[in-house]
Write a protein that binds this ligand. Sequence first.
Ligand SMILES: Cc1ncc(COP(=O)(O)O)c(C=O)c1O
Length: 378
Amino acid sequence: MIPLARPVLGEPEQRALLEVLRSGQLSLGPRGPQFERAFAARLGARYGSAVSSGTAGLHLALRAVDVTDGAEVITTPFSFVASANVAVYERARPVFVDIDPLTLNFDVDAVAAAVTPRTAALLPVHVFGYPVDMRRLERIGVPIVEDACEALGGTYADGGAIGARGHPSVFAFYANKQMTTGEGGMVLTGDAVIKERMDSERNQGRSPNMDWLDHDRLGFNYRLSDLACALGLAQLERLDTLLAGRERVAALYRETLGELEGVTLPCENSGQARRGWFVYVIQLPHGVDRDSVVTALGGTHGVAAKPYFPAIHLMSYYREEFGYREGQFPVCEDVAARSIAIPFFPQMTEAQVARVGEALRAVLAAARRAAGPLASRA
Ligand SMILES: Cc1ncc(COP(=O)(O)O)c(C=O)c1O
């Protein structure tokens, strides 16, 4: 089976982990600040705060821009569920808007139209690593928290690194990401006060000078261990190679899948706006049964695939809790019903990409035959 994702781990990671094990200091040691400084420097940001996951980082970042009970947070329904859940953690309401059919990011005009006096934050997600048009978003004049969990290595339309604009910007390091710490995340920010608040709140609300058991605010345990930070430092050393590997595989896919009738590939970069490659998600033609395509790819052809992303507003929790329903965000619903992620990792060989292409061609031909003449080829 060609898996969906596979981390690149080797001797440097083993050495880094062993050093921490031998030191005996497995958490709250020197690797945390080292990893924060190195990651922030790599992207050209002022401060980094290492946290236990991307979700934890988004939660702390929303609190840091003062999202509280009853506030509204405008975000996208086409994302991993965490980007909406974090607003709910603070008893705020996630307000969804529809997406742009080309970039699959939220539609900035729809965001502007959704602002109310209760809007406390905008939460753009750089979906599948493609940058949101931040200059237009910033003109709305509401605090922003960026979900850059999928976007490491990407650049904005002005050529700057995604995450280094000064707003709290959150990265994630689960094992399928561009680089991994097993589980983990990092929030970049240009604001020392926000950094100080997040550092305290990830550590039970402890005061910054770490006075033992002096908790001057509510906090969480969202710390990232020294073992994880050491892994992060080792991965950061090889990040250029990891990103180049993903670029290479994406280019191979574009060549191989470009001819597949009715299949929509990830949008091309536009000007200096560049995708930080994370996953390879394609949209199947209308009229094709997506679930049977996924089953046939995995079962008959040994190619892992999964529906990605399901629309958040149609998940049962969101329907029940907030009353969302079908038809509210038609572009998102259409794309979400036809999207699948296919295998994508830096070490993929040309032969593996070709095998995925052949499998897709065969499965789609069979699915079209099954759907009959009504299956749209558009
Ligand atoms: C867009 C997006 N936001 C948030 C997250 C949450 O990150 P984590 O799984 O590290 O909590 C992810 C992770 O996949 C993601 O893709």
